[in-house]
Design a protein around this ligand. Structure first.
Ligand code: HEM
Length: 477
């Protein structure tokens, strides 16, 4: 007892407190020093190993290439990813995509109706990203959840939350302190992020739970009435992944399905919007190509009163498709992807990328490589004429990345692109517009690489309606 008392007196005395603080501070400094040393050694090792490769100039010795890379990073555990990928793949089968074409038509029609109204009111020049992003969100919600958000006409809480999250992600990347979770969640932006995220999660949770209940109810009705089938709804994305099972008969849990639905929404809406915007921009700048595409679309649709693009029409738009591909080359929505090497990778000339290194594959660089593409900055759809494409390396054109982790939604995206571009050309003549605030012409738009490729100051096009608005709503189901 006496011993304890004397120790306590020592510790609680001024001298004792100083001693304890001293020990704690020395410990912290030692930990920080070891940690810094470890980082420096690791950095030196990677610098040495990678010194045989060319690298771009750095902004400063301290931050290196930080902020120079814009990439889509979808990291998760390999086995987990491959199981999910297998379960998701049926949702992008041609038979399912066919059902989505009517939904693309319907969302494009809503947008074009709005454009006609705005033009009639005297607004002939519009910022494309604002309109087209809402349109792709609208159509994705119809395809993924059979949910009619009406987000092109009125504010939708869910859609606003998605747009907010995308803006906050870009903001966060630019502020180094915000990379630190503990700090970020205490900031105003962090709080807004959590709030928007909870809206998105609540929405998908409710959709998935309601759909599971509906499917279970349908099964029960079928079992009770001894019927093999009740009248079938057309299946959407949630249906397909709710019903899919792996080799062991295991499906995805509600939480996994929600996560996939969120990925689908985030990966699908602004990439496709960016691709549509830049295709329209490139066609606005090249009126002869625009006219050629319009003629092709008119030929294909004349038997249908020119009101709707159908699944079968998509393969009859070869020149329009070439223009879309050339636009994906020149203005790739995703500028780069990253990969972590799980093993040493030997390259020609005795060079090796060490295991653990993160490699950034520049899609922009690949698509503008002058060794592969003559006049790489020119918009020339004839590059994608099948006869010219044959002589090119298979990986010269990778807007959807390549390999097992490539874009699962690429056929979906290409179908939507063709429908929206075709309908737009049928109804409007496009010319480069002027940003009313900056007064600069769209003829000299600068790329703005954010989560996807956008345009500095927006992408403004002038619209001239070609026919009196006479758009029929196609049947969704
Ligand atoms: C023009 C439009 C699109 C472009 C340019 C694009 C581009 C890409 C790229 C480059 C990747 C690979 C990312 C990486 O390797 O790290 C990717 C992955 C992905 N994309 Fe797309 N995408 C588009 C549209 C879509 C659509 C419409 C959907 C869904 C409806 C979608 C869903 C996904 C998903 C889920 C992944 C992750 C695949 C995986 O990790 O297995 N994308 N996309």
């Amino acid at each position: 007892m006496a011993l304890l008392q004397s120790v306590l007196c020592q510790v609680l005395s001024w001298k004792g407190i100083c001693l304890v603080l001293n020990v704690v501070a020395t410990g912290l400094v030692a930990v920080a020093a070891v940690w810094t040393l470890k980082l420096l050694v690791r950095h030196a090792w990677y610098t040495h190993k990678l010194s045989c490769f060319n690298k771009p100039p750095t902004h400063s010795w301290l931050v290196g290439h930080l902020g120079q890379s814009k990439s889509v990073g979808i990291f998760n555990n390999g086995e987990e990813w491959s199981r999910r990928r297998r379960l998701l793949t049926p949702a992008f089968h041609f038979d399912i995509l066919k059902n989505y074409v009517a939904k693309f038509n319907s969302s494009a029609n809503t947008m074009h109706d709005k454009w006609c109204r705005l033009v009639a009111e005297g607004q002939t020049t519009l910022e494309m990203f604002d309109h087209i992003t809402l349109m792709t969100l609208d159509s994705l919600l119809k395809c993924a959840f059979s949910y009619n958000s009406n987000c092109q006409e009125s504010t939708s809480e869910y859609v606003s939350a998605i747009v907010k999250l995308s803006d906050l992600i870009i903001d966060r990347r630019q502020n180094i302190l915000h990379h630190w979770d503990w700090f970020y969640w205490k900031t105003e932006q962090g709080k807004q992020f959590k709030q928007a995220l909870s809206i998105v999660h609540r929405f998908t949770r409710e959709v998935v739970q309601k759909r599971r209940a509906l499917i279970n109810q349908q099964r029960e009705t079928e079992a009770q009435s001894n019927r093999t089938k009740t009248p079938q709804r057309k299946k959407d994305f949630v249906d397909i992944i709710l019903l899919s099972e792996d080799e062991d008969g295991q499906g995805l849990s509600d939480e996994e399905i929600q996560a996939e639905a969120n990925t689908f929404m985030f990966a699908g809406h602004d990439t496709t919007a960016s691709a549509i915007c830049w295709t329209l921009y490139n066609l606005a700048r090249h009126s002869h190509y625009q006219e050629k595409c319009r003629q092709e679309v008119m030929d294909v649709t004349q038997e249908q009163d020119g009101h709707e693009i159908e699944w079968e029409d998509l393969s009859n738009l070869p020149f329009t498709t070439m223009c879309i591909r050339e636009s994906l080359r020149l203005h790739s929505p995703v500028q780069a992807v990253t990969r972590r090497y799980t093993q040493d990778m030997a390259l020609p000339e005795g060079r090796t990328v060490p295991q653990g290194a993160i490699c950034l594959v520049s899609i922009y660089g690949t698509h503008h490589n002058p060794a592969v593409w003559t006049d790489p900055h020119e918009f020339n759809p004839l590059r994608f004429d099948p006869t010219n494409a044959q002589s090119r390396a298979s990986h010269a054109f990778i807007p959807f990345s390549s390999g097992p982790r490539n874009c699962i939604g690429q056929k979906f995206a290409l179908a939507e692109l063709r429908v929206v571009v075709a309908l737009t050309l049928l109804r409007f003549r496009l010319t480069p517009g002027t940003n009313p605030e900056l007064g600069s012409s769209s003829g000299g738009v600068r790329r703005l690489p954010q989560l996807v490729l956008r345009a500095e100051g927006g992408l403004w096009l002038q619209l001239e309606p070609l026919n009196p608005p006479n758009v029929k709503e196609p049947l969704d189901e």
